[in-house]
Design a protein around this ligand. Structure first.
Ligand SMILES: [Zn+2]
Length: 289
């Protein structure tokens, strides 16, 4: 009898915890959608950090695709992330892209359990993110919310699996398989809901173009600032050089000026490279219009 009661209680508990998992995964999916259409070429991911039933961090992939959702949520959670559960709508990345692997950040934060919606088919990840987490002793549950997540990541999945864009065909068809009436008069087949959906999709595509322009503008500004910084560092260095040669400055002052110049030059190179990336992205985004 007593075993029966315990069994019932256990079953009840596991039912409740599944319900809790579903709720937090749903929140992660909703958060992920905030970035949709703005994170290309990265997928729009959502992440929630939960400890003792309390949400201590939320994050989603930021415009332009960086930072990823996980580090955003983990940063919000801070030290409290130790021992917490992370809900994430896509397998945390395990490769060095333009940012360090999220799997490493999850491990470093001391997360105890990861509930991940779906494996990332990107060959650079493809299960290695989950494996890395497990190897670090983290409990990893995969598959909750997988269908919804796969729909949200359809563009990303298509790109990495088939190496082609995910094409959405907008086609209104009547119940007798017609797409219009005789003659050239406009004829409404769908209703408000379908129209709103199409507007949303078009908006997402346009947001990519718009975001690319914004990123490019920022990169341009940074090039200008970097150029000025290099000029001023060069001037300082010449000055320090002269002072050193004249015996009024020591070697430390000269070395500092030299270091500052090298730093400014490397910042300038970075700004130029970001600008080139920006141009390529804009071209691709315009191609996708
Ligand atoms: Zn990542």
């Amino acid at each position: 009898m007593i075993f029966r009661i315990l069994e019932d209680q256990l079953a009840q508990k596991s039912k409740e915890s599944k319900e809790v998992d579903r709720r937090f995964m749903q929140l992660a999916l909703t958060l992920g959608r905030r970035g949709q259409g703005r994170t290309w070429p990265n997928p729009a991911v959502g992440a929630v950090v939960v400890k003792d039933g309390v949400i201590i961090g939320r994050g989603w992939t930021q415009p332009g695709g960086r930072p990823h959702a996980e580090p955003v949520a983990l940063a919000r959670a801070g030290e409290a992330a130790r021992g917490a559960t992370l809900y994430v709508t896509l397998e945390p990345c395990s490769h060095f892209g333009r940012s360090p692997p999220c799997a490493d950040a999850v491990i470093a934060a001391g997360i105890a359990r990861v509930v991940s919606a779906v494996e990332d088919p990107n060959p650079e990840v493809a299960g290695q993110g989950h494996a890395k987490l497990r190897a670090a002793g983290i409990t990893v549950d995969i598959g909750l919310g997988a269908d919804e997540a796969a729909r949200d990541h359809a563009g990303h999945f298509r790109r990495v699996r088939d190496k082609r864009p995910h094409v959405i065909l907008k086609l209104a068809v009547s119940s007798d398989d017609k797409i219009g009436a005789a003659g050239r008069k406009p004829f409404a087949i769908t209703g408000e809901a379908a129209k709103a959906r199409v507007r949303d999709t078009e908006l997402q595509v346009w947001q990519n173009v718009e975001q690319s322009y914004l990123n490019l503008g920022e990169a341009e500004e940074r090039i200008g600032a970097a150029q000025k910084a290099v000029e001023s560092a060069e001037e300082n260095y010449q000055l320090a050089r002269g002072r050193f040669d004249a015996g009024v400055a020591n070697i430390i002052e000269l070395t500092d000026a030299q270091l500052a110049l090298t730093q400014a030059q490397s910042d300038q190179a970075q700004a130029l490279s970001d600008y080139r990336i920006g141009i390529a992205r804009l071209e691709r985004a315009l191609g996708r219009r």
